[in-house]
Ligand binder design. Sequence first.
Ligand SMILES: Cc1ncc(COP(=O)(O)O)c(C=O)c1O
Length: 388
Amino acid sequence: MTVRTGRHFLQIPGPTNVPDRVLRAMSAPTVDHRGPEFAGLARRVLEALKPVFGTAGPVVVYPSSGTGAWEAALVNTLSPGDRVLCFETGHFATLWRDMAESLGLEVEFVPGDWRHGASPEAAAQRLDADISHDIKAVCVVHNETSTGVTSRVPEIRAALDAAGHPALLLVDTVSSLGSIEYRHDDWGVDVTVTGSQKGLMLPPGLGFNAVSDKALTAARASRLPKSYWEWGPIIDANEAGFFPSTPATNLLYGLDEALLMLAEEGLEQVWARHARHAAATRAAVRGWGLEVLCADEREHSGSLTAVLLSDGQDADAVRKIVLERFDMSLGTGLGRLAGKVFRIGHLGHFNDLTLAGTLAGVQMGLELAGIPVGRDGIAAALDHLRVD
Ligand SMILES: Cc1ncc(COP(=O)(O)O)c(C=O)c1O
């Protein structure tokens, strides 16, 4: 039996490390979800969620993973055969496209190289050409967790506005909300999708949709089949602090505490902290002489960094060594990036020394895997943390 001492380093880009405060909050006894105590909690949480999304509108909370929240966004707003514009930014964008197709939507998938975000130019070109306004929704994964690339959502919004196009804008923020700057209302997003297990610092199990007035109007006309996911009954029940079906009570206790932590730090500081750790991580990758997968300076992710290895080098072998020797989990390469990249998660409950420890484990793992790396990686990251 292998004896492990100290804490496991969970440095995948989600689920992330859950703060002790949040764990303790979740360990409270489960209450009657139709009683007055619960209603107070639900009302508080539903209000406190709004600033995190940057919205004054309703946020629908499901006992689900992020995938459920993807489905909710589509089935509430669209009808069979509707055209949807999606962008091939990576594995998760591809899965969302697959889901849209399986629900009976007609998807135009703008091809991508998995190193760039959704192209505002390609969006503009498709939207300008759609003079009959057949495209009903534009779907963008804000932070592509498989690649560490953050799409420029405001520029996609600007493309919609410049074309005078009425399509809804649906945005996946599963690995950006609570980590990377995001503004649902200011950026004119209609549905924001997220999950609990990344920037919100909770275990997996909650899915969210923030919903604009325009999306609520679209929901009234939408004809895709839905029942459990239907926003209307949930928003109605939420008015009084309740849910139509049994909510994930103890996860909501945790959410209450996590939202308090985000408010205590301040959202702008949370974003700045993530951006700083991401920059230090990139300094380390360059110091090792390796390549960051994201190919556009404007699109570096604040929540994770995907490190690209050369042909013949096995990223999963590095991950295996790091796990066995240093008890640290790194993210695997997904889809077409399998074996080619490993991903360093630096989001959620995280500080300078967690990053230093993480990068030390990565550097040693690379060396043990026989990958020739410069020894300046850690030093470059520490310099960044010291001066910045
Ligand atoms: C960007 C993104 N979208 C969607 C999902 C799917 O969420 P879940 O695995 O919680 O269903 C993930 C999961 O990591 C993700 O990173």
